[in-house]
Design a protein around this ligand. Structure first.
Ligand SMILES: [Zn+2]
Length: 255
């Protein structure tokens, strides 16, 4: 059994073919697909999809690149959606210094607001970083308490940075399809993360793994990334797959 912990299924590229995308996901062994929001509008959209399709679960939040266009009252509206049963966490939140260098202070402010909400309600926070991993880790560390748990998704940090995350009980790390690319620099970090702190994700429709690179990404492609992780860590694919599923059940479903 597999969970795709990060799939933007509401983007037209995959949503237009959603029935087939979900069917192929099921055939691959995927039981659950967790869909992160980027703003209030997508939070609502995901909630609707989660009500329509059993395997879809929602995250609600404001993505760091959307923070500049968002005000505090929109954030309250997003947090208000956390009461719905199929909302299993907050996200994606975090810091993005690649697409938005100007609004860093506001990004940090929103990131901390997401962290505080996660602590308050005991649901995980899903963290996006781009050129900002070290600042994001600092903020998580500073605001950490035993109620806080979460996922550093599409991790691109160093082994040293990973070590700090692993010291925080309840935090997990995940990698996307780019670890299958020839020029990828994350192999050593992937090898370093213990299986009980890893999660599986696709970040669909982005970052399609080899051998489907160049096509639109979808949850079914998750197996190529899982196989790559198993290969790098020199462990059995089935054993890894079971571990990844267990980890996502623990983090998002309190099991
Ligand atoms: Zn994402």
């Amino acid at each position: 059994m597999i969970t795709d912990t990060h799939c933007h299924i509401y983007y037209d590229e995959i949503k237009s073919d959603i029935e087939n995308v979900l069917k192929r996901a099921e055939e691959t062994g995927i039981k659950k697909i967790i869909v992160p929001a980027v703003d209030f509008k997508t939070s609502i959209e995901i909630l609707e999809l989660s009500e329509k399709y059993e395997m879809i679960y929602a995250l609600v939040g404001i993505h760091p690149t959307e923070v500049a266009k968002t005000n505090e009252s929109d954030l309250d509206k997003v947090f208000d959606l956390l009461k719905y049963e199929k909302v299993v966490g907050i996200g994606e939140s975090g810091l993005d210094y690649y697409w938005d260098k100007s609004g860093i202070d506001k990004q940090k402010e929103f990131f901390i607001a997401h962290i505080n909400k996660a602590k308050e309600i005991g649901k995980p926070i899903v963290i996006h970083t781009r050129d900002s991993t070290s600042d994001a880790i600092d903020i998580i560390k500073t605001n950490y308490n035993e109620n806080l748990k979460g996922q550093f998704h599409c991790f691109s940090g160093t082994i040293e940075e990973a070590k700090i995350i692993l010291q925080l009980n309840g935090f997990y790390i995940s990698f996307c399809g780019n670890i299958t690319y020839k020029n990828n620099k994350d192999s050593e970090v992937v090898k370093f993360i213990p299986s009980d702190r890893l999660l599986s994700e696709t970040d669909s429709p982005f970052l399609t793994p080899v051998p489907n690179r160049g096509k639109t990404n979808e949850p079914a492609n998750i197996i190529y990334t899982i196989k790559k992780i198993a290969e790098l860590k020199e462990i059995d694919v089935t054993e890894l797959t079971n571990n990844l599923y267990k980890n996502s059940e623990k983090l998002f479903f309190n099991k």
